[in-house]
Design a protein around this ligand. Sequence first.
Ligand SMILES: O=c1[nH]c(=O)c2[nH]c(=O)[nH]c2[nH]1
Length: 303
Amino acid sequence: MASLSYARYGKDNVRVYKVHRSPTNPSQQDVTEMTVCTLLEGDIAASWTHSDNRNIVATDTQKQTVYVMAKLHPVNPPELFASILGQHFLDQYDHISAAHVTITVHKWTRMQLDGQAHPHSFVRDGEEKRTVEAVARRGQGISIRSGITGLLVLKSTGSQFWGFHRDEYTRLPETWDRILSTEVEAGWRWRNFSDLEDVKKDVEAFDKAFKDVTKITLETFAKENSPSVQNTMYLMSEQILAAAPRVESVEYSLPNKHYFEIDMTWFNGLKNTGKDAEVYAPQSDPNGLIQCTVTRKGVASKL
Ligand SMILES: O=c1[nH]c(=O)c2[nH]c(=O)[nH]c2[nH]1
């Protein structure tokens, strides 16, 4: 017969905004906007199997908890706030065995006006998001995966793709000069944290890693004469492992967003391919999709 083999539940898309006003100058403010998801595991099966809701911490309660924790605690870095929330659910509810907390941070960059940082005006200067997935599991500490998604980049030259396998299915010509564009999704997993205090001890590492990953990703993308998306993402991952000692593994997922040359010889012999190519057709689909996980030596890998 049937048995419930896995269940978790919670509130998704909890939108939260928090302002910090300087105690000495209240118009000098910092803001954070994020979207939070909480999912709880534990002794909850009876709700599914026997209509018994006694152990169900309502998803509304989980949402109210997010608001209260955001009021009582720092929301930055998001890795810390996710850990505080996760640990709270374990401390508050004995029958909950694991709390999954996912945070997506939305960019608000301080405006620069006449060369001056404005005290309380911000601009959305990019759609890329900082992300965190934390799991607080009773007796097993806190595991954290940080990430960045939606970072759209393009280079108009400095990318090649040749020497790949050819057979009767192959049509793609080799190229020594092509456009390369992708929407970066990167993730980095931290060595397990024994508890919330352990997270707090390393709290500066989170913002540093996010800055380092962004810089390494952009610089490597721009500077390398890329032989393939595969090689470029590996070089990025290696540098991140070197820059962030507590990071155990790095994951990249990179779509290859193609730009096709357009043959215009039908129009009075107009040359627009090869070295004459200037006008291209950006493709929305299909796209290549290249993924990897690069693990610090000595840590078990999945390949
Ligand atoms: O960098 C690339 N890797 C591939 O595996 C591939 N395949 C393809 O058609 N173009 C590319 N580009």
